[in-house]
Write a new protein. Structure first.
Length: 334
């Protein structure tokens, strides 16, 4: 009986540790996501920094620098570069770079409340991607909470008085890439080919040459070079914070995905938007108020809160695709 008691204590301790890791990783991701959104908005909108591509390159460089130096000093380890490394992580580098660039582009073009509203479509896309790629379906309460968010987002978007077509295009692409990134990250982490640090390092390493080439081709490097506020110390601090917070955010995203699920990671990112939604009405100065828009925002926020209450108390059901056809139709129709 003593052996059984000890086994039970170990199991309880393991369960408590697992729950702690889930909650801690989710909170860490939420805080990082909140801070980088505010800083990016200040850099791109308040200071009117002309090139979100250049800022994205800065975030990639900081990731390479921090991980490279940390590995050299022995603080962390990940596999060295091999001939098949690119094949191991493909298509994550392309998704990673596109997600970063289009996310920054959307931040530059849209007010924070509308950005957060439109980003909620990534939750539905993630749920669908989990079904097709991972074979995971969400329970009915989870689905209802997601549909509530999307309904509110649609209402808010119908009365966007500061409409920006490039911004809507950027955030739509960002949503698709966010869903793809979360699901493929889960697959790569489960395979444990390179580990969290290796994925972050090589995603940036492989994509930065292409990002620099594209930025140079479209004149973004010249725009950044001619920016008049490089001598502003406060701008310098926020620019550097944006660059290094990009690395921290990427790392927190990996942790949250590893200890939870792609859908939870996407949802936590949108939960922090509850604060961003209301603060964004004064940050950046580009939000135009309308009653319909405000009502839609609050409906979407209510859906976010409902999902938070449900998702940490339920496990996703994994079943063969043949058994999930009716549920897929419900997701697609919504």
């Amino acid at each position: 009986m003593r052996g059984v008691g000890k086994t039970g204590d170990v199991m309880n301790s393991t369960t408590a540790t697992s729950s702690h890791l889930k909650i801690t990783s989710a909170l860490f991701y939420a805080v990082c996501s909140f801070l980088i959104t505010v800083v990016n908005k200040n850099v791109l909108t308040t200071y009117k920094f002309p090139s979100f591509q250049f800022l994205g390159i800065g975030q990639m460089l900081s990731t390479i620098l921090v991980l490279g130096v940390s590995k050299k000093l022995g603080y962390l380890t990940f596999p060295s570069l091999e001939r098949n490394t690119f094949v191991k992580i493909w298509p994550l580098p392309l998704i990673y770079a596109g997600n970063m660039m289009f996310g920054l582009g959307g931040t530059q073009q849209l007010s924070l409340p509308m950005l957060t509203v439109l980003r909620r479509f990534s939750i539905l896309m993630t749920m669908i991607a989990e079904y097709y790629i991972l074979g995971i379906i969400a329970s009915l309460p989870v689905q209802l909470s997601v549909y509530t968010m999307i309904f509110g987002a649609a209402i808010a978007a119908s009365q966007d008085l500061a409409f920006s077509l490039p911004g809507y295009v950027f955030v739509t692409i960002n949503n698709v890439l966010t869903a793809s990134n979360g699901v493929y990250l889960k697959k790569k982490l489960d395979a444990k080919d390179l580990g969290k640090n290796g994925l972050l390092f090589y995603n940036s390493l492989f994509m930065i040459p292409l990002a620099v080439f594209i930025a140079a081709w479209f004149g973004e490097l010249e725009k950044a070079w001619n920016f008049p506020h490089w001598n502003d110390v406060w701008f310098q601090l926020q620019f550097l914070a944006s660059c290094f917070m990009g690395f921290v955010l990427s790392y927190s995203t990996l942790l949250c995905t590893q200890y939870n699920s792609p859908l939870t990671t996407t949802m936590v990112g949108c939960l922090k938007n509850i604060a961003i939604t209301y603060l964004g009405m004064v940050i950046g100065g580009d939000y135009v108020f309308s009653l319909t828009n405000f009502i839609g925002l609050n409906i979407s926020v209510a859906g976010s809160l409902m999902y938070t209450w449900v998702t940490f108390r339920e496990k996703k059901v994994k079943a063969p695709k043949a058994d999930m056809q009716p549920l897929t139709k419900e997701v697609s129709i919504a």
